[in-house]
Every structure is written in structure tokens, then in C-alpha cells.
Design a protein around this ligand. Sequence first.
Ligand SMILES: Cc1cc2nc3c(=O)[nH]c(=O)nc-3n(C[C@H](O)[C@H](O)[C@H](O)COP(=O)(O)OP(=O)(O)OC[C@H]3O[C@@H](n4cnc5c(N)ncnc54)[C@H](O)[C@@H]3O)c2cc1C
Length: 447
Amino acid sequence: MKNLAPKLSLKEYENNFAELHPPFTPLTAKAEAERCLYCYDSPCTKSCPTHIDIPAFIKKISTDNLLGSAKTILDSNWVALTCAKACPVEVLCEGACVYNDKGEKPIEIGRLQRYAMDNYFRNSSPNIFTFSKKKNKSVGIIGSGPAGLACSAELTLLGYDVIIYEANKIPGGLNTWGIAPYKTRRQDSLKEIKLIKSLGVKIKTGIKVGETVSVEDIIKKHDAVFLGVGLGKSSELEIPGEELKGVYNAINFIEKVKSENWNSVKVGKRVAIIGAGNTSIDAATEAKRLGAEQVYIIYRRDTSQMSAYDFEFLLAKKDEILFYFNSAPKKIVGKKYVEGIECIKTKLISKGLKDKPKLTVIPKSEFIIPVDMVIKAIGQKSHNNFLNSIKELKMRDGKVVVNKKNYQTGNAKVFAGGDCINGGKEVVNAAYDGKMAAHGIDEYLSN
Ligand SMILES: Cc1cc2nc3c(=O)[nH]c(=O)nc-3n(C[C@H](O)[C@H](O)[C@H](O)COP(=O)(O)OP(=O)(O)OC[C@H]3O[C@@H](n4cnc5c(N)ncnc54)[C@H](O)[C@@H]3O)c2cc1C
């Protein structure tokens, strides 16, 4: 990179990446728990993809039964600490809280869940689980993200021997390598992995199925296989200049940030992020927290069409990220290093009420934003080659096709869940898929 952002002191980095939502104290947790109305129809539980019995775990906090509270949470969600800190609660459980209708602040369900889970891990994760009789059958899980972890933990309780094959050196998928450090730290994910390993799950890291070992061998070796491979690297922009020094893909950049070795992450003085989804917001706010002087988000459509949540958009604005809407990147400018990004203005043209408006460029509206770094965040590619190599498995629009009832793919022995079947949602969706797929696998192997 031509112009690097100046390095900060360790204290400044830690301040910049401080938690967005600090933990409750015992007193404030109890006060918040006692505010809950324990609604009979619990809209919060209905809106949680893992259907945690939220009124029940909150009630247990109010009666100082913290272990019971953690048990209620873990019964539904194996990565509950990560979810407590990273779930978009504003659009899930807290968004459904009846207090919103009364014009009052919703119950802080995420922070209460974190309170119970922090207490559970602080007390060395006591064994509160019931195991079924051993089945003498084994399941191979490919990928140790939340989908793979949830599936493995549930299968172990159901009596199966489980081995997770993970390409990375450190397991956990995006919980370990992706989620913004001001939401969760790597340590949170590692605590959940330790718990799942303590149930008997084996995790083999540094094994990329399809390269280190063939997928056929894994399918032959086990009675069933679960695919929790998530998505791959960021998509390319396919514009001139992408090869210049200073062009990064968001997933690689975020992985480096997530190592928490702040000093070692290179960031430009002026950074342009391409795309306006949640990953773009993360890349932008992380670049800013690492010391970038100016960060821009460039998006070819307008605010109404950006996929980032409103609260993420707000966070970016608070971090003084500047937005260029209706601006499509045309070329990355520079000789050897990035010096700028050339964009062209766009507009939506409607041809009639029936037709969807079409995005068109405004001729001769090009402009250049001088930047030192470009981060591509326009979505992730799927692991097409690997997935297509699995016999009888069907793909549609880059997603693995599964039977929604039991998560079975076209190959009867192979099940799948998480981002690889939904194209990229949230941790909580992957956790639910993994757990439900475990029951699908159990049913398949029991018949
Ligand atoms: C930058 C970023 C930030 C995010 N922030 C949030 C957030 O704040 N809150 C939230 O709820 N969600 C967030 N998400 C979404 C969330 O992280 C994902 O939905 C979730 O992690 C998907 O889980 P998964 O198990 O399907 O896949 P992943 O977490 O991607 O895990 C897949 C695992 O499979 C492994 N793997 C892949 N191929 C192979 C192979 N051939 N052999 C062996 N192993 C393999 C990978 O190394 C990886 O460990 C974010 C996503 C991104 C990209």
C-alpha cells in the first residue's frame, strides 16, 4: 500500500475495539430480568430461529438459578454465547418484545443471555447434559462453523461418534474468523468449541476435504456426513485494476483483524469498501478502528436497497464512514499501488408499473475518489467445485438443495446446513440448521 494509516498504541486499538454492549452486573441483570413480562405467547421465542425458551431463561436469572438458565439456553442453541453477542437482536427477539408496542425499551435479551452464558463458562462449563445410549455409528462433519459445531454436539448427545474435519488451523468458522471483534472476541468462540469437545466430539484441523482427503473417502468412512462448509471468499468486482497492490477481499481482511494482532494488519490512510451489506459495514468500521483516516462505502444502488441492517448502517454513520450511493465502481486507478477508484453515477429507470426498475449508468458522470486501499465486499462465492464433486448432490443458485424437513441432500448419506444451504444468513440460523440436521441424521440412521 502506498499510504498506510499511522500505527496506534495497543491501548488505542483496545479502546477502539471495545465491546459495543458491555456485560450486565449481577444487580443490573436481575433488575432487567425482573422487568420481563413472561408473556404467555412469548413473541421473542417465536422470533428466535433456535426457539430458545426466552421467558424461562430470564425467569431463572431473576431467581438466581444461573445454571438452570444456561441449561435452558443450551438446550436450544450450542453457540449461545456468540449469539448473545452477535445476533441481530434488534430484528429478532428484542424486535419482537411486547415492550416495543408500549413505546418502552425492549428487554435486553441478548445481554441477559450473555450474562447466563458468561456465568456458565466462568464456572468451567459444568456437565448438565443427558447422553443417549451409544449407537456405534459414526458421523463425519465437514466444517467447524456454527452449523458443524451444533450438529456435532447434538449428535454426540444422541449417542453417535463424531469427527469434524476442518480446513483451518483454528476451528469455529466465522465465529472464530469473521464476526467483528467489538461484538465477539475469538476467545468466546474457543470457549464454545472447548465445551463441544468436552462432550466427546473430535476436531481434526488442517484437513481440507477435497484436497487433503477425498470427499468419497469421508463418505465411505462414516455412516452419514454433514456439510457445514459455509461460503467461500468474496466475489470479484471484474473491473480493471483489481490486481493492484492495496486491493483486498473483505473476508481476508476481516480474518486478519480477527486475529486481534491489531498492529500487524495493514490498513490504508483512505479506504474504499465496495458493497453495502453487513460484511461491508464490518470491514469499514474495522478499518476505521485500525486508524484509517477516511473510509468510504461505495454502493451502486440507494439506501433503500442496501442489505445491511439499519442498526449496522447507524453504527457506520457513528464511526464517520462516508457513503457514496448510486455510484458503481468502474476502475481501480494506480500504476503499481491503488491510488483511487473511478466510479460512475447510476439511477433506477422504471419502464412501467409492472416492470422492476432497472439500474442504469448516467453517461459522462465518472468521478475519482482518491484512496490507498480497496476492500471488495460484494458477497461471497459458494464452494461450487467441492460441492459439485459430491455424487447426486444438487445445487441451485449456488446453494446446496436440502429437504427442508430433515436437511438431507440429493445424496441420501449426506446432509447439509448453514450458509451453504441459505446463501449466507446469521450464526443463529446455522446453529438451528446444524441441530435439526442432527435429528434428521438420527432418523435416517435409526431406520
Ligand atoms: C464478515 C462477516 C461478519 C458476520 N457477522 C455476523 C454477526 O455479527 N452476527 C451473525 O449472526 N452473523 C454474522 N455473520 C454470518 C455468520 O458468520 C454465518 O452465517 C455463519 O458463520 C455460518 O455458519 P456455517 O457453519 O454455515 O459456516 P462458517 O462459519 O463459514 O464455517 C464453515 C467452516 O467450514 C470450513 N470448510 C470449508 N470448506 C471446507 C472443506 N472442504 N474441508 C474442511 N473444512 C471446510 C471453513 O474453514 C469454516 O471453518 C457474518 C458473516 C461474515 C462473512
